[in-house]
Design a protein around this ligand. Structure first.
Ligand code: SF4
Ligand code: SF4
Length: 409
């Protein structure tokens, strides 16, 4: 497709990325077939081809309005469209540039601005969310069902340590995750200890910046990214072999740091090094397989494939493969390519669409009558657990259940 990005964006690295993606698109529409939002609404502008057209208009300097923003807001950033594009269009790279450009041109209604600002304030510092959850838990039974479902149940985390091994990696504990599900991090550390890897935390790294980027604060996201890059660079320089990220949504965002910082000559180079060292636990455990010491208590399971694990790094089936090797029986799940509706802050910003997607996903996940559902991303965990009829957990917990000695921290 021909395009001429307008100045001043045309003179930037972000503009070059957008131009490259636009020129690769031949406007064939094959991507619509795998787009969850297009399937829901049937509206061309809720599919990738229509959204590419809207972004093109905006970046070429044509007038844009609220309609463009609404259709881009409805995009899940799930990248399912990229898996069926015959031209290899990297839609998500264009979307990021387009969203930022449109946010600069179109002022959101006050209610949306306030909601987004409040979510950002709450989530980027774990103590704020943790405090709110702690205050809310005693009143759980008094809450309306919709709100009650959003309050994660307390799960006591067995304490864990990094262990003492020559091989060392660095764990991102996460902002929302460390407030709502610290037991995911404890389980990850125990499992890594068992395969001979000391998994240390990096004080100072809290949020990856994804929520800021999703909530119209790209400069805040860049600030967070630069701070994280400095800390992780020091970790790598002193012997850490990888940055382990057990929330696939955060991992996807960090892998995109080079684009986020494309116009920063110094940090875009550093960002590439960091992005190249991000590892999902499934990648590490594929290379260092754990050994089961007991049989699973709940053998029949369903494993959800977060879009951020499946459509970017292509690791969608890795957790199920690892669990099958440990004695679990993952059941087949239809339409694994369709997003569950979590998508970062999407379930809070687009609750109606997110609810419909979750309904379909839970129906697919429970088709094989599993005793538990496992996922690889904190957002999917929270979203699915709200209405799932069986327990929803992180897949690393299932590994921990069968490989760790329950008596040791
Ligand atoms: S993104 Fe790919 S599949 Fe979609 S319209 Fe463009 S070329 Fe076709
Ligand atoms: S990222 Fe997902 S929701 Fe957005 S256009 Fe692509 S397939 Fe559709």
């Amino acid at each position: 497709m021909r395009t001429k990005i307008a100045s001043p964006l045309a003179e930037t690295a972000a503009g070059a990325i957008a131009g490259e993606v636009l020129r690769a698109c031949v406007h064939c529409g094959m991507c619509n077939a795998t787009c969850p939002t297009y399937q829901l609404t049937g509206d061309e502008l809720d599919g990738p081809r229509g959204r590419i057209y809207l972004i093109k208009q905006a970046l070429e300097g044509e007038p844009v309005g609220r309609l463009s923003q609404v259709h881009l807001d409805r995009c899940l950033s799930c990248r399912a469209c990229e898996t069926t594009c015959p031209s290899g269009v990297q839609y998500h790279r264009l979307l990021d540039v387009g969203r930022e450009a449109i946010a600069e041109k179109v002022r959101r209604p006050l209610r949306e601005r306030l909601w987004r600002a409040a979510l950002r304030w709450l989530c980027v510092e774990p103590w704020r969310l943790a405090s709110l959850i702690a205050i809310g838990r005693p009143f759980r039974s008094l809450m309306p069902a919709g709100l009650r479902g959003k309050l994660p149940a307390r799960v006591s985390a067995r304490p864990s340590t990094a262990g003492d091994h020559p091989r060392r990696m660095s764990l991102l504990t996460g902002c929302v995750q460390s407030a709502t599900a610290p037991h995911f991090n404890a389980a990850t550390r125990r499992v890594f200890d068992g395969v001979g890897i000391a998994l240390g935390e990096t004080p100072g790294v809290r949020c990856c910046g994804a929520l800021s980027a999703h909530l119209d604060a790209p400069e805040e996201a860049r600030l967070i990214a630069r701070r994280n890059i400095d800390i992780w660079t020091a970790e790598l320089d002193t012997g850490a072999q990888a940055i382990v990220v057990n929330a696939s949504g955060c991992a996807a965002f960090i892998r995109d740091y080079p684009d986020l910082l494309a116009d920063d000559a110094v940090y875009s180079v550093k960002a590439r090094r960091i992005a190249g060292h991000v590892r999902d636990p499934a990648e590490v455990l594929t290379d260092h397989p754990p050994t089961a010491v007991r049989a699973p208590a709940r053998r029949r399971i369903a494993v959800h494939q977060p879009c951020t694990l499946r459509n970017g790094p292509g690791l969608g089936d890795a957790p199920a493969r690892i669990l099958a090797g440990l004695g679990y029986e993952p059941q087949p799940v239809a339409d694994a390519h369709l997003c569950c509706g979590s998508a970062g802050a999407y379930s809070l910003l687009q609750p109606e669409m997110a609810g419909r997607l979750r309904e379909a996903k839970i129906s697919a996940l429970t088709e094989g009558a599993p005793e538990a559902i496992y996922t690889a991303n904190i957002g999917c965990w929270m979203h699915l657990a709200e209405t799932a009829p069986v327990p929803v957990r992180h897949w690393i917990e299932a590994v921990d259940d069968v490989v760790s000695d329950p008596g040791t921290p």
